[in-house]
Write a protein that binds this ligand. Structure first.
Ligand SMILES: [Zn+2]
Length: 458
């Protein structure tokens, strides 16, 4: 009986200690009831041996015999046999099968197993990645009552798979459905310093990859991550993360970010404009979007630091007429701005070259490419950030790199200047609304700043 009780507590402990578990509240009452009666029993036994009376005195009457013990066995049997259910949570493993998963969840139910195997909705269970959790509720005979798993979704809502036994049917019958449930949105905050490069700094601060990618994209008009990031540059990020029953589901959008690059403070804030989507703005309401990217090339762990960060030619753009981005062959090259393809083909020293026209006298050159995006041809319209080709070393190039030129009226200019082209600001009422909204987000960023000061003083 005590063995049974121990097993029972072991099973229940996982639910009892986890307040985020859906069955926590209900189970807590049940378990408390059992602990209560067990405790009463212990008290009775303890009181049976009167305090201060030596146990080894044979002349002392043994009061314990006269105490009527509560029938714990009956209570336990009742608890276990009657409506008792068991919850078990397991993480999906690599190469998991229906059988292995159910075994680990302590489900012994051939009907449920067969159902999950053949039902298309239930089988979506196996879209889960290793490490994601599955929760099973069984009765005392290890028959499946229900099975739940969060399949995915976005930061705001989760898709939750529910497999349930239909109650009161002659034959065991199961049903599977996918519910859309709202997530709890939490604002995560991260901050740090780029001591050994951009990705290193982000990793050290535990910034998820999906968030890192957004930061690069948000500042793509004002920062060239290949060349600009210096040791000592700092960042602060606030982003959304969706949770379901306390379990992390997915990272969402960066809502506020500050990057101090070479003592220049760059700040961006997501501002939703109702049904028209939203965009990133500086904290004082100017759009983060620029007419041209600072670096028209994919910035990745692979390409960062490739060929050395401080390319000597970068400082000599005026004799060189452009900027070189050293990167592994095959790295994606982006259209720097919205425009039209003017030329794709070979041109002596340039090797494989793309020229884009952007109107108002602006044009951009992309040279030494290993290839062009499939189907790219003169006259075609391209959007900023669209992949137009791939890094190579065709033409006069000693190694794989992108040679990028920014021209105004066909005269090469310093691409650093391109960042200043066009950045419309919010005005009037929309600016007022924006500033009211931003006050809240700014307080978060400021909280993070205060925390940093406190942390660095310690
Ligand atoms: Zn070059």
């Amino acid at each position: 009986m005590w063995q049974k009780l121990r097993e029972f507590f072991a099973r229940e402990l996982v639910i009892l200690v986890d307040p985020t578990n859906t069955l926590h509240a209900r189970r807590r009452k049940q378990v408390t009831a059992v602990i209560g009666s067990t405790f009463a029993l212990g008290m009775a036994a303890a009181m049976g041996v009167a305090p201060g009376v030596p146990n080894d005195d044979p002349n002392q009457p043994r009061v314990a015999e006269t105490i009527k013990l509560p029938d714990l066995r009956a209570q336990l049997d009742q608890l276990v046999e009657a409506d008792q259910t068991f919850i078990r949570q397991e993480r999906m493993q690599r190469g998991e099968t229906v059988a292995s998963l159910l075994r680990r969840l302590s489900v012994q139910d051939p009907d449920a197993e067969a159902f999950i195997r053949r039902n298309a909705t239930a089988r979506s269970l196996f879209d889960l990645k290793p490490g994601q959790t599955v929760l099973a509720e069984t009765d005392s005979r290890n028959t499946l009552i229900s099975l739940q798993a969060v399949l995915g979704g976005d930061a705001a809502t989760s898709r939750q798979l529910v497999v349930e036994r239909v109650k009161n049917t002659a034959e065991p019958t199961y049903r599977a459905r996918i519910d859309s449930v709202n997530n709890e949105i939490r604002h995560e905050m991260r901050s740090g310093e780029f001591r050994r490069g951009f990705f290193n700094g982000m990793d050290a601060a535990n910034v998820p990859d999906a968030v890192v990618d957004q930061v690069v994209s948000i500042f793509s008009g004002v920062i060239d991550f290949h060349h600009d990031i210096d040791p000592g540059d700092r960042f602060r990020i606030v982003y959304e993360a969706g949770f379901q029953d306390g379990e992390f589901v997915r990272n969402g959008r960066v809502v506020a970010v500050e990057l101090i690059n070479n003592n220049r403070v760059h700040q961006a804030l997501w501002y939703s404009r109702g049904d028209n989507g939203g965009a990133y703005y500086t904290f004082d309401g100017r759009s983060m979007k620029r007419a041209f990217l600072r670096a028209p090339i994919e910035f990745s762990r692979m390409s960062s630091g490739f060929g050395g960060r401080n390319h000597p030619i970068y400082d000599k753009w005026h004799t060189h007429k452009g900027v070189d981005f050293a990167a592994p062959a095959g790295t994606k090259v982006f259209a720097s701005g919205d425009g039209t393809v003017q030329f794709t083909g070979q041109q002596n020293g340039y090797g494989n070259l793309i020229i884009l026209q952007h109107g108002r006298g602006y044009s951009t050159y992309y040279a030494h490419l290993s290839g062009f995006a499939s189907g790219l041809k003169p006259g075609q319209r391209v959007s900023q950030g669209e992949v137009i080709g791939y890094v190579g070393s065709t033409g006069w190039a000693t190694g794989p790199h992108l040679h990028y030129e920014f021209r105004v009226d066909n005269v090469p200019q310093n691409p650093l200047m391109a960042g200043d082209v066009a950045s419309p600001a919010l005005t009037g009422k929309s600016r007022e609304q924006f500033l009211a909204y931003t006050a809240q987000m700014l307080s978060r960023i400021n909280a993070l700043r205060t925390f940093n000061v406190l942390a660095s003083n310690n």
